[in-house]
Design a binder for this molecule. Sequence first.
Ligand code: CAA
Length: 455
Amino acid sequence: MRKTVGVDDIAAYVPKLYVDAEDLAEERGIPPSKLIKGLGIEKLAIPDAHEDAATMAAMATLEVMEKNDLSPKDIDFIQVATETGPDAAKPISCYVQGMLEQIYGRGSFDHVGAPETKFACVGATYAMIDRLAYIASGWNRAEYSIVVATDIAMYELNSSGEPTQGAAAVALLLKENPRLLAYEPRLTGFGTVDDRDFFRPIERKTAVVDGQYSVGCYLRDMRIAADAYKRNMLELGLLKHPRESVADKIDLAAFHSPFPKMVQYAFASFLIHDWRGLPRWKRILEEIGPEPSREGLTDVEFYISDEYKNFRRKFTRTEEFRREYEDKIEDSLIALRQIGNSYTASVWLGVESHFEARADDLAGKRFGVGSYGSGSSAIVCSFIVQPDYKEVVKKMDLMEKLNRRRRIPISVYEDLHEGRLNFCESVIPPKNEFSLVSLGKRSHDMGYRYYKYVK
Ligand code: CAA
């Protein structure tokens, strides 16, 4: 018999500093409404001088362990997904192991497997599937595995990507018979295309991105993955006919959010594709006019054409779209508007945001996840919310953490961005947290990163 595996708990770490979107807009001479309404961003999480993707990952992992009263022997794997790791060879997961051993004792985690996974922002979803498959196979030696998504999204100052920066880490606690989300492995759909929408050559701190083109790649890959998900639903009899809607079978969902408006684009494009040919589509077309032709255009060219954008914009104003969006998507964006992009962590912050915001009973509901990583690949998958999920949600405190942060002026943000503050010149000195404390300077440890739990 197949085992039920999935996500037992989630813990998020968000840096204590943020830039307010209005401050950034004013400094850059952009109308604030472009960032707040146009892109959907209110605040951008900014790591302090002593933080990096490894310290954030360790903080999220420590929290998920403490919250669940776990000891090292309960953990089988610590697998980290990141695209902003500080080292090209050593995985963050091993740095995390070392940091946790400062708390739990030297050698206490020497039994764990600790790989790192990379595929831009979709990496953590790939890592989660790997670990769940391992648990389902029965190969695991301890009950729990932890997958950590951790990233610092950085673009050049003054670039069009700058307002879409952010940072966070999320630790997913995985096990058999989870309390939160049971994975539906046979439904998962993938969509992968070798592309150049966004990448970061090893020597660069900031990503190279073709902004509008990357939006088209996201929509193209998500459609390929959603088509695969639909085929799987048909094969398993969850849909009886290709003309049935996938969206009707999904109760709530979170999408990768480079900026919250992108989630609206993604959900609208998904519904346009899903509803085409249904009776409700006829009525919608009567209101907004025909879908533009894609003749002679590649998928990406079509998705970023003015004609398609206008059509999608009109669709998002229909009553049918508004209702679906408010019911199934909007709550995932409450936290994301306050954080900005956090690459691998983003979609999982959306999941936690939903759980913290929704007061109605979600037990038994199907929770969809649309994960996208540039380069490029999308995963569309789903989970069933478990009967005891409220016990887990009670201890989630992402929104509280977001309310306790400090707003920093643009000059300080720029100093942090440009690396002008040394790791010992933090805006808020580290307390009860992991901190980068030195960088190796001798021939045998040149550039090696030393971390410490600062009490
Ligand atoms: N008031 C209100 N709204 C305004 C406005 C104003 N003054 N000015 C513009 N807007 C609206 C626009 O109308 C548009 O909304 P609609 O589509 O609903 O009409 C919205 O603001 C965005 O406008 P633009 O498309 O003109 O924005 P832009 O080109 O300046 O920047 C971006 C958008 C290209 C995505 C840029 O932020 C960027 O390059 N970001 C980094 C790359 C990225 O995030 N890509 C996303 C897909 S790739 C991915 O998902 C992986 C990843 O994490 C990187």
